[in-house]
Design a protein around this ligand. Sequence first.
Ligand code: UGY
Ligand code: MN
Length: 248
Amino acid sequence: MHNLGQTRSSHQRNHLLLTPDTFVRTALPGMKNASAIVHVGPALGAAFTEYTAEFEPKGELGNTSAQRFIYVLEGGVTLEVKGKRHELGVRGYAYLPEDFSHKVVAKEKSRVAVVEKFYERIEKTEPPRLIVSSEDSISSHALDGDSDLQVKCLLPEEPQFDFAVNTMVYRPGASLRMVEMHVMEHGLIMLEGSGIYRLDDSWYPVAAGDFIWMGPWCPQWFGAIGRVPAKYLIYKDWNRHPLGEPKK
Ligand code: UGY
Ligand code: MN
């Protein structure tokens, strides 16, 4: 059916909403039997890239010298590192440090959220190491004391990490306590449920499958609406001085 040029997707100076009807698939270098829906990247002013990789069975991701974070949305993949194989099912995830040789191979038809970012080193701090885990083994905490809004931090809260990836689950009717405005940018994939996202001076209905990018200081607020909890996976840059490291 034609939608006569209508979409919920919206591209604004400091935020982006992408809904599945506007997704365009492309191949990235090194990918085999897989394609990428690139959600955001430096071409838009972001300091990271995020894409959904869609794999046929035995499909593979290409290499990167950047840090990479993967989170399995559907199906399952094998992560091969240093002769070891790790099986990741739905909600399984991994953090791969920069310049880390690895392979991600789909065991079946699968979808994986991928974040890549060049590492911002800080002096006298060791870079992070490989992490392979599952969201199911992480305990959640209430955000700002609101037990209806549960957060899981998938990466350790340690200064060597220059980004964070969290899941946030809102009971229907729960919302962020305040309109946030902060230096960090966000990449967000709606995983479950629906609600209203305020971005800058617009309020958008959003649902599972949507992607949102919020640039620095983008006013942001979310309220969950519907009969099931709303859940999203959210990236933010983290733990770094806004000026960056001094050039010597
Ligand atoms: O971590 C965050 O900044 C998060 N509370 N932001 C958001 O959900 N838009
Ligand atoms: Mn935020």
